[in-house]
Write a protein that binds this ligand. Structure first.
Ligand SMILES: [Zn+2]
Length: 766
């Protein structure tokens, strides 16, 4: 059965409110700024230019800088210090002349004079633990800043440099012109932090048993800042939250650690035969052909044995990486090591895990399999994973990403038992962090400014990958779960945040450092927005094509928010300005409901209102069709006559006079029930109006009115419905697709039962 819209040609509606909805003008108040939700996104967007086009693709003059590194790194395991020496070769591909370079010194966030603690508000509660009291009031703060020993040119001459907290300006002897390269050398050391107790994205975990450390090391070297067409130098300080903006380059890194350590990191291991034992090489060659399960390179038994003693010899691991924006590595004598191969396109990629016995039995079972599954899902949604490996490292309380390597939490208790929460938490964090290889390691957005561009996009694909993982690995799901229990992605999961206190919600387009509820703001909300676009507004085909197009356009490049917004429209022909505006630039929420349902009976006999209307327009009253609202004079009589619209004498006559017998036969509709449904929108967000009509015979019909149904009236909209079956109930957003924060107004007749939102509100009041 079809619900159709009326023609206004031959018929007049008696009910004045049923005159064309399009004629109703939004209320205007003098001096009120135009808040039209469909206003083009124009003022908010940077003007397209030769660097970045209006289509959202890189322009003909697009450029990016390059920073290549040669490094020698040594870890002093006894004193937990890192020593480094690097030569950076910087290539100026910009059309601009550079007189200085900016280098990032992220570790200075942990320096004694760091300003990070000073910008956080602090207070004194009624009680605290002895350890926290000691840490806060007695202990000297940890000194983890960089100690820069020298900055020299390649002739060994000191280069003038100035350190402003986490940024270092290096002055160039002569200005760099387009196409010029400049090499310089930095020598440094720093105290490695205990990341479990002192926090941070990098550092060591200390194990009292056998006095061992496991190191996950990143931001360990002075890193070039980004210079581009948008910012000039992106030298916004590192306060500890907003992550990184880094140019691409090639890395050759030699890392010296105790000889009994197992180490892996970004890049190709170029001296594998020197650092692997013969047995490890044999197993590695087997792993390269194992597509269905991981092969142990270092077993738990072997790792248990190794961690009991300490070698006083050293070993140097040599890693070489092309086109990466960063470098990370993990090293410990505690590590168990396993790998399997995964086919991506026509290429084999190695899925790899490093973990200590504390991670088992969970890690040997699921880590490497999760890596392999993630690479497949993300490659399908974006582009084929271009690197040769992806490593998941187990590190207590960590969830952090670098090119080809990431650190992940998820630890069973001492007896090896674990809850569902630990298991799913571990699988989800591995999917998420491995997924970061795509955003922002390859699609290299500026994390310092736009957390959502990597976290939001990545959390969206994470949801898709989690669902794939559950489907491909049913044995990973706990009894009673027929699909992976994703925490972020489905629209209904964002309702609590969207409907919360507006004083503590910021638009997504706010720098992460300055937002409340960081996780919801930068991860869940953008991810949910993309999910709504994919599931409800654009559909899988248009969304997936456009999302892949964005990913491919900006693979190994630096996109901006506009590049994403523009590409999604450019590749799909779906006008999304209203969506970006509402979901990304405001804190509005969805609340759409049913305000009123009026029933009408159809007749040729006018009541007083009908007669007046005919008189007003000077029309013969006997030529009109009248719709009489329930409760109005004449309704009962009209209903009792029980005539379908096509049986009314005026309509019959009109059809006879105007259509051939052939045409008359083709008129198959026979509507008997007429309704005017008024939907209202207490929420500020615009969304498609999804309505389910249930008929007296139990059948259902779902109609989606595009979001543009709200374009001329943001508050309410009416729909005339004609049906050959009686409608017994109507529900807005029956499948909870739009993140509607209050579903108590979503149905007609009103359900009296407490809505989820009310339950939540009442719970909060308790
Ligand atoms: Zn993340």
């Amino acid at each position: 059965m079809k619900i159709f819209k009326y023609f206004f040609g031959a018929m007049l509606f008696v009910s004045a409110s049923a005159f064309a909805q399009d004629d109703i003008k939004p209320e205007r108040k003098p001096g009120h700024t135009n808040q039209n939700k469909f206003k083009q996104l124009y003022d908010e967007f940077a003007t397209p230019n030769m660097f970045r086009t209006g289509s959202g693709a890189p322009g003909p003059a697009y450029y990016q800088q390059q920073a290549d590194y040669k490094m020698d790194i040594e870890i002093d395991d006894v004193n937990a210090k890192l020593y480094g020496n690097e030569t950076i070769t910087y290539t100026n591909n910009s059309p601009d002349e550079l007189t200085y370079l900016w280098v990032q010194l992220d570790q200075n966030m942990r320096a004694k004079d760091s300003k990070t603690p000073l910008i956080n508000s602090s207070g004194i509660g009624p009680a605290t633990s002895a350890s926290r009291a000691t840490g806060t009031y007695l202990k000297d703060s940890f000194d983890g800043g960089f100690n820069i020993e020298h900055v020299k040119d390649t002739n060994g001459k000191d280069l003038p440099h100035t350190i402003n907290r986490t940024m270092m300006r290096v002055e160039l002897p002569t200005p760099m012109k387009t196409g010029n390269k400049f090499s310089f050398n930095i020598k440094w050391w720093y105290n490695i932090n205990d990341h479990v107790n002192d926090g941070g994205r990098s550092g060591y975990e200390y194990f009292e048993e056998n006095d061992n450390r496991s190191y996950v090391i990143a931001q360990f070297y002075p890193r070039m800042a980004v210079y581009n067409d948008l910012e000039g130098w992106q030298n916004s300080q590192f306060w500890g939250r907003d992550e990184f903006a880094l140019p691409f380059g090639n890395f050759d890194v030699n890392i010296t650690v105790p000889a009994d350590h197992i180490l892996d990191g970004t890049g190709n291991l170029t001296n594998r035969e020197e650092v692997f034992s013969k047995e490890m090489m044999k197993r590695y060659n087997k792993a390269k052909k194992s597509y269905d399960k991981p092969v142990m390179i270092v077993t738990e038994d072997e790792a248990r044995k190794t961690e009991k003693t300490k070698s006083n010899k050293k070993k140097t691991w040599k890693l070489s990486a092309k086109m990466v924006r960063d470098f990370g590595f993990a090293t410990s004598r505690k590590y168990i090591y396993d790998m399997m191969a995964v086919k991506i396109g026509d290429k084999d990629v190695m899925a790899v895990s490093l973990y200590s016995k504390e991670g088992n039995p969970l890690w040997e079972q699921w880590s490497t399999r999760t890596v392999a599954s993630t690479l497949k899902s993300y490659s399908r949604m974006t582009f084929d994973y271009p690197y040769h490996k992806a490593i998941s490292v187990h590190a207590q309380r960590q969830g952090m990403e670098y090119p080809m390597i990431c650190w992940n939490y998820g630890r069973p208790d001492k007896d090896g038992n674990y809850s569902d929460r630990t298991k799913y938490g571990m699988i989800s964090v591995i999917i998420h962090e491995v997924g970061h290889n795509f955003f922002p390691m390859i699609v290299n957005s500026d994390e310092r400014q736009w957390t959502w561009m990597d976290e939001g996009l990545n959390t969206f694909v994470q949801y898709v990958a989690e669902q794939d993982f559950g489907e491909w690995n049913p044995t990973a799901l706990s009894p009673g779960h027929d699909q992976y229990p994703s925490r972020r992605g489905p629209a209904k999961n964002i309702v609590r945040y969207m409907g919360g206190d507006q004083d503590f919600i910021a638009p997504i387009m706010t720098k992460g450092l300055n937002t409340y509820q960081f996780g919801s703001n930068a991860y869940s909300k953008p991810a949910t927005g993309l999910n709504i676009l994919r599931e409800t507004i654009m559909g899988h085909d248009l969304f997936d094509y456009s999302f892949r197009e964005y990913s491919k356009r900006w693979m190994f490049k630096h996109p901006t928010p506009e590049d994403f917004f523009r590409t999604m429209e450019d590749a799909s022909a779906v006008d999304l300005d209203w969506f970006w505006r509402g979901w990304f630039y405001t804190t509005d929420y969805t609340d759409i409901g049913i305000k009123e349902v009026k029933k009408f009976a159809v007749t040729n006999n006018p009541n007083e209102n009908g007669k007046k209307l005919a008189e007003q327009y000077n029309i013969d009253p006997n030529s009109l069709v009248y719709f009489i609202a329930e409760g109005d004079e004449g309704y009962d009589d009209a209903l009792k006559s029980g005539k379908a619209i096509e049986d009314l004498p005026t309509v019959k006559e009109y059809i006879m006079d105007n259509f051939t017998p052939e045409q008359q036969k083709s008129m198959k509709k026979s509507p008997k029930f007429f309704y005017e449904v008024t939907f209202d929108k207490p929420g500020g967000l615009v969304m498609p109006l999804i309505v389910e009509y249930v008929y007296a015979d139990g059948t259902k019909e779902k109609t989606t009115y595009p979001a543009q149904v709200w374009r001329l009236n943001d508050k309410e909209v009416s729909k005339a419905i004609a049906s050959d079956k009686e409608i017994v109930s109507i529900t807005v957003d029956p499948d909870l697709e739009t993140a509607d924060i209050d579903t108590s107004n979503n149905s007609w007749p009103r359900e009296t039962k407490e809505s989820d939102f009310d339950k939540f509100k009442n719970k909060v009041k308790d």
